[in-house]
Design a binder for this molecule. Structure first.
Ligand SMILES: *[C@@H]1O[C@H](CO)[C@@H](O)[C@H](O)[C@H]1NC(C)=O
Ligand SMILES: *[C@@H]1O[C@H](CO)[C@@H](O)[C@H](O)[C@H]1NC(C)=O
Ligand SMILES: *[C@@H]1O[C@H](CO)[C@@H](O)[C@H](O)[C@H]1NC(C)=O
Ligand SMILES: *[C@@H]1O[C@H](CO)[C@@H](O)[C@H](O)[C@H]1NC(C)=O
Length: 407
């Protein structure tokens, strides 16, 4: 009997390991109106489909619970150890009839809506998370919000999928529960379906030419709530300089580094639609780009805000990898390591006539000098390896005749 149950047990382990190797894969769609990217998750006993906007800088998953029903739903009690792990802030209660999102003595979650710049404390809860590829993650922790809190999110999206470096971020919970290494990859599509893949990627789909750079820690958090001396949980990389058309921009080194107050440096954001640069980087970059474009016989036309350098679309030649434009290279530590931004990512077509340099001026008081935005991430495969603290990146897949939808 003992051997029978232990072999069953062994089988069960084998089975779950085989299952887990796949990790969890979620298709990503782009909302044309807001340029936000969202993934569809399935939650609870009824596998309710929920569209959640992907936010690399957000700390955990939250979604509107008003119409949510599930027999496996459970609120997290305040004072519990889970509440402590989640860094809940006291208790919330509710005077309406009980339902998901309305329970007493519930661990309060400091959920943040970046589009509203609003922080609201509502209740933490847990339920089973499902993915399209049939992976189930039980007791997945999230915050159950009121639908009054969705302002700024793409139409049809009712939540935010947080991928920051926290104990309860989306990837951390999935990899923890499925016993996988803490890695995820992200491929934001310009059209079609992209992919958010949690856990080590299947070898087959990965382009061979990924480059690698350390993910670095900003020592000072810029989160809506953080304690003193708390490091940031966002993803920073150590851009050392920028080249336009092969020539290094003249920019003071101090803008690229992060000082002891956490000011400066380069982070990656999926909710900022275009890369924002400190004014002292934006100006020389624009100047150099306009000059290099002019050398390529690209004709400048009147600017369309928020962009300052726009061009006649007719004067730009098209390739299978997007418009042909001067290259922009983010130079990274190491020998010959750089993130190349080609025309498909450096330019945006505003209308048939006008194409603009798709970078915005972050002003001269910006906390982070370079915030790499979603337009520059499209059709790039990014692999965040939190085990070795490395970011592996492909640059534009289109150059290799690949795309996020064909990975
Ligand atoms: C860019 O983001 C801003 C702020 O979230 C938003 O108002 C705007 O519609 C976005 N622009 C585009 C072209 O998506
Ligand atoms: C789940 O879905 C079924 C069929 O649509 C419905 O009858 C049931 O009430 C739902 N259960 C919950 C808990 O929402
Ligand atoms: C919470 O407790 C109050 C006071 O005991 C009670 O009136 C209320 O119905 C409870 N709410 C829920 C959702 O159980
Ligand atoms: C690019 O990829 C597509 C689809 O995989 C293929 O049909 C086409 O021949 C490829 N083009 C080149 C130039 O390799």
């Amino acid at each position: 009997m003992a051997s029978f149950s232990s072999s069953l047990f062994f089988l069960a382990i084998l089975f779950s390991a085989a299952h887990a190797q796949h990790g969890l894969v979620l298709p990503i769609q782009k909302d044309a109106k807001t340029s936000q990217f969202y993934a569809t998750i399935q939650m609870g006993s009824n596998r309710t489909k929920i569209n959640t906007v992907i936010d690399l800088g957000a700390q955990f998953l939250w979604f509107a619970c008003n119409d949510y029903a599930s027999t496996t739903y459970a609120p997290i009690p305040c004072g519990s150890s889970k509440c402590e792990t989640a860094r809940g802030m006291g208790c919330v209660s509710c005077n309406l009839p009980p339902r998901p999102g309305c329970t007493n003595d519930t661990c309060a979650s400091p959920a943040y809506n970046p589009f509203q710049d609003a922080l609201v404390a509502e209740g933490f809860a847990e339920d089973t998370l499902y993915s399209k590829n049939q992976v189930a993650v039980p007791q997945f922790l999230f915050s159950c919000m009121d639908s009054g809190y969705l302002e700024g999110l793409a139409t049809g999206a009712t939540g935010l999928l947080g991928l920051a470096r926290t104990e309860i971020s989306f990837h951390k919970q999935v990899t923890g529960k499925l016993n996988l290494l803490d890695k995820f990859s992200l491929c934001l599509p310009s059209s079609g379906l992209g992919k958010l893949s949690i856990g080590p990627s299947a070898k087959s789909g990965i382009p061979k030419s990924l480059k690698s750079t350390p993910l670095i820690i900003n020592p000072v958090s810029n989160a809506p709530i953080s304690s003193e001396n708390e490091p940031s949980d966002e993803y920073f990389i150590d851009v050392k300089s920028i080249k336009v058309g092969g020539k290094t921009l003249s920019v003071k080194d101090s803008y690229f580094s992060i000082d002891k107050n956490g000011v400066g440096g380069t982070k990656i954001s999926t909710i900022q639609n275009y890369t924002a640069l400190h004014n002292s980087i934006y100006k020389p970059l624009t100047r150099a780009f306009v000059k290099a474009a002019s050398n390529m016989k690209i004709k400048r036309v009147a600017a369309i805000p928020p962009f300052r350098a726009c061009f006649s679309s007719d004067s730009i030649s098209k390739t299978t990898a997007g418009p042909s434009a001067p290259t922009i290279d983010l130079v990274l530590p190491g020998n010959d390591v750089y993130w190349r931004i080609n025309g498909g990512n450096s330019l945006v077509e505003i209308d048939q006539k006008t194409t603009c340099l798709a970078f915005v001026d972050g002003g001269s008081n910006t906390r982070t000098s370079i915030v790499i935005g979603a337009h520059q991430l499209e059709e790039n495969l990014l692999e965040f390896d939190l085990v070795s603290s490395q970011l592996r990146f492909s640059s534009s897949l289109l150059v290799q005749n690949k795309s996020c939808s064909r990975l």
